[in-house]
Write a protein that binds this ligand. Structure first.
Ligand SMILES: C[C@@]1(CC(=O)O)c2cc3[nH]c(cc4nc(cc5[nH]c(cc(n2)[C@H]1CCC(=O)O)[C@@](C)(CC(=O)O)[C@@H]5CCC(=O)O)C(CC(=O)O)=C4CCC(=O)O)c(CCC(=O)O)c3CC(=O)O
Ligand SMILES: NC(=O)C1=CN([C@@H]2O[C@H](COP(=O)(O)OP(=O)(O)OC[C@H]3O[C@@H](n4cnc5c(N)ncnc54)[C@H](O)[C@@H]3O)[C@@H](O)[C@H]2O)C=CC1
Length: 218
């Protein structure tokens, strides 16, 4: 399987099954997509901004749901393996992406997607999967990485502005690459960002002074 980042902002995600797994997936997708959850019962856990629809679709009713909702992705998260299989088959027939919560391993079939453990340090996103071998390990690594990359979001924002500034000043590509490489490896820049530098413009000026002055070339 190949990791990709997918924009769901104009899409619908259909979650079949309203238990704790359905709720977790619904919370995640509802951050961005219109998310509809169908289930005869819903757990007390939060479903985020998802729309909850009571129902217990069988194989045929699933076809109707897909036709009506036109989802970009379907999550099969019921405790009924056969129904999850029917959801996956129906989605595949229509070339809709499908995430089965009750299947592990690499042999997942066409159009399968896995929901990874995710670390967010906006604008940075890290996705972790274990090929289905051990989701608990994905969760464990996610927690470790959350600590590890603290502050990297601010660095990403800073470097984004820094690159724009260098381009605006007409700095040649080779020189730009060197300056950006030096900035990202500079302990002083990391410390400045982590201790809440006054503003990125000032940091950019300081970094340019320092780097162009040859004081810190990394
Ligand atoms: C294949 C996959 C399909 C998919 O769901 O996309 C899948 C499948 C299964 N998970 C199972 C169990 C558990 N899953 C978790 C947790 C998470 N599972 C997630 C993803 C995935 N789970 C995909 C593979 C990802 C990878 O490759 O690593 C995470 C990362 C994302 C998310 O789901 O949001 C989320 C952590 C989020 C976070 O905290 O960051 C825990 C831990 C817990 O709940 O505390 C347990 C109990 C402990 C254990 O069993 O490990 C079972 C057995 C069910 C049973 O016992 O019957 C199956 C089915 C099977 O194995 O057959
Ligand atoms: N991917 C993951 O992270 C994990 C996956 N699992 C797998 O996911 C499945 C679901 O896990 P939980 O949410 O903990 O189970 P659960 O039993 O709490 O929830 C299942 C939900 O499916 C609903 N349901 C039953 N028939 C339905 C139908 N015809 N249409 C729509 N909804 C229906 C039930 O009302 C219930 O709300 C488990 O069977 C297990 O195989 C379990 C743990 C973690």
């Amino acid at each position: 399987m190949i990791p990709l980042f997918h924009d769901f902002s104009e899409s619908t995600v259909l979650v079949v099954g309203g238990g704790s797994v359905g709720a977790r997936k619904a919370r995640r997708f509802a951050r961005e997509a219109r998310t509809v959850v169908v289930s005869p019962e819903f757990t007390d856990a939060s479903f985020g901004d998802a729309e909850l629809v009571r129902g217990a679709p069988d194989r045929e009713a699933i076809e109707d749901w897909l036709e009506r909702v036109e989802p970009a992705l379907v999550v099969a998260a019921t405790d009924d393996e056969e129904l999850n299989g029917a959801v996956a088959d129906a989605a595949r027939d229509r070339r809709i992406l499908v995430n089965r919560a009750d299947r592990a391993g690499g042999d997942r079939g066409e159009g399968s997607v896995v929901v990874p453990a995710t670390v967010r340090e906006d604008p940075i996103v890290v996705a972790i999967a274990t090929g289905g071998a051990a989701p608990a390990l994905s969760k464990h690594l996610r927690r470790e990485l959350e600590e590890e990359i603290e502050g990297a979001g601010a660095m990403a924002e800073f470097l984004g502005e820094f690159r724009t500034e260098l381009k605006a000043r007409g700095v040649a590509p080779d020189r730009r690459r060197k300056l950006v490489g030096d900035a990202v490896a500079s302990p002083a820049v990391w410390t400045g960002l982590r201790t809440g530098a006054p503003n990125d413009r000032q940091v950019i000026e300081d970094v340019l002074d320092r780097l162009e002055g040859g004081g810190e070339s990394g």
